[in-house]
Design a protein around this ligand. Sequence first.
Ligand SMILES: [Zn+2]
Length: 432
Amino acid sequence: MSERAAFRGRVIHCLRNPGVSSDADAIEYFDDGLLLVEDGLVAAAGPAEVLLQNLSEEISVTDCNKSWIVPGFIDCHVHYPQLDIIASYGERLLDWLNTYTYPAEARFNDPAFAAATAERFLDELLANGTTSAMVFATVHPESVDAIFATAQSRNMPLWTGKVLMDRHCPDDLRDTAESGYRDSRALLERWHGQDRLQYAITPRFAPTCSPEQLAGAGRLADEFPDAYIHSHLAESHAEVAWVDRLFPERSSYVDVYRHYGLLRERAIYAHCLHLEDAGISAMAEDGAAIAFCPSSNLFLGSGLFDFNRAEVAGVPVGLGTDVGGGTSLNMLRTIEDAYKVLQLRGQSLSPVRALYLATLGAARALHADDKLGNFEPGKEADFVVLDTEELPILSARLDHAHELPEALFALMMLGDDRLVRQTYLLGKPAIS
Ligand SMILES: [Zn+2]
């Protein structure tokens, strides 16, 4: 006997990439819509008056009134061990790592501490309407076991992996090329493909990985082509100059990763702010994706992402919060920062495109758009219900919105976690 449920409200989702021209037809919207879920998967999304006609009376309909029913947000780059150093003052990337990040990460060799932080972190994601994330753990295998086990117990899709870091870091956060490969492989074999979990081979970034370690990561990627790769790339000028000094035989930062077999499909690189055109072209050719992390890029003073260049080159882009460098786990707040970054770049981020980046586009960047990202029948029913009445200033603004994009834009610029009425994983409430 299948388990069925229906949710009635303003149903909205993306059908495809709207492109730079931001084709409004890339969105489907039902003012009085119904989302039908069967055994955790989307059965249908459409006008309530049509779908209700054929609905068996035994199916419970959750009336969300005028709330928006949106595919769950997907965070393409975030660090769970940095939850408690969010909003730390005054540093740029390399000093930020030494001053705040490394001391915080040193505690994650303790499984109980890691598990408790993982619980709070996933609580926060769900409270913000985020249903999937690609997550940095720490160098300790215990940190990976903790976040995978916690996500598994909640039925949440999650990508993570052990950080590889064998130089230019504190001793208590240092592995070796050999132990990094061995521990990563053991974790990958334990977790990759279990329920909704995916393993990501995770060199922190080229400056903290010896050539031997990068070669080991590339070997692992070669041995497990369906595993993911997750790292940082060209976030700050000082970092790029450091990579140039460390790898003088390589033509560029991108070429370092490419040389070691780490530029390929299922590879996600955070930031990509300071790359030559050739670097972006190489990413497009090899099928690697970018996590655009606007709030972190502004907070750490790192730079302004050239979104149009990546889009025109055909590099898949998703949004990342990059907490703790980012200042919010909320994807609406992240969209607001993305909009402002592109304004400063002389580019534009339409609300249609922004919704795509936080949902279907992110799923595509993660090679998961066959399962996640919108309400096509058969996709996994992860979604969030946003109640705009919770915020009087937004509610009043929407009274003056004449068209859907205008309303959606106001929701994105003014909304935050206060709007989240409930978050659903596989059609079941995920917030108790
Ligand atoms: Zn990061």
